[in-house]
Design a protein around this ligand. Structure first.
Ligand SMILES: [Zn+2]
Length: 212
């Protein structure tokens, strides 16, 4: 490569990196709107945005023949952490607000060093479940698990029983991934959109027992 060309690249690269970082920051701030804390009515019950629930039929059939061995909604992975880093650093205020919401609703937050993320409904119907978060999880991954928690709450904390309703499990997975995909789109990261869509497809196959 000619000297001038490599010099030009040196000049361009930092600018591109700065631009990408600024775009990431803007997207993280914009998407925070999507996941703002739930509003409570005068009795302290959350007011759920009906738009988020349009696809759901909370009491749809009990499909005993499709009982899943899995006991939680979990994320296949956290690809967004690769570009945004830990949510605690990229969106500290939003994470602090999530923590308050988790505590307010009596959900047990389990943070650990491992890689698993997930939301496990309670064994007992009517009781809040447990949220499993790995240290360093991205803001996007937090939003995903928060969506699962809110869906369980909106359904009246149905407990583990819901896990046998494969269609409902898949609908909730779609809603949780929709938040992450919206965030990746805002960042202009089609590569991340693709990976998240692939992960959703993996979830679909796992839930319906489709072989790879
Ligand atoms: Zn999920």
């Amino acid at each position: 490569m000619a000297d001038w060309a490599s010099r030009r690249l040196d000049e361009l690269a930092p600018a591109n990196a700065r631009q990408a970082a600024a775009q990431t920051q803007r997207a993280l701030a914009d998407i925070a709107e999507l996941m703002k804390p739930l509003t409570l009515d005068e009795t302290g019950e959350p007011i759920i945005d009906p738009l988020k629930l349009t696809d759901s039929e909370w009491t749809s059939g009990w499909k005993a023949d499709k009982i899943s061995e899995n006991t939680m909604w979990h994320s296949v992975a956290d690809p967004m952490a690769e570009i945004t880093g830990a949510g605690e650093l990229s969106n500290p205020e939003e994470i602090a607000s999530f923590r308050k919401e988790i505590q307010k609703f009596g959900v047990e937050l389990m943070e650990h060093e491992g890689e698993s993320l997930g939301y496990a409904p309670s064994l007992q119907p009517g009781k809040p479940g447990q949220l499993l978060i790995s240290r360093g999880a991205s803001y996007s991954a937090w939003c995903h698990e928060m969506q699962h928690m809110r869906d369980d709450m909106a359904a009246g904390w149905t407990g583990m029983r819901i896990l046998s309703d494969v269609d409902e499990c898949y609908r909730r997975e779609q809603r949780a991934y929709a938040v992450e995909i919206a965030l990746a789109k805002k960042m202009g990261r089609t590569d991340m959109v693709k990976r998240l869509e692939d992960n959703l497809e993996k979830e679909r196959r796992r839930l319906y027992g489709v072989r790879e």
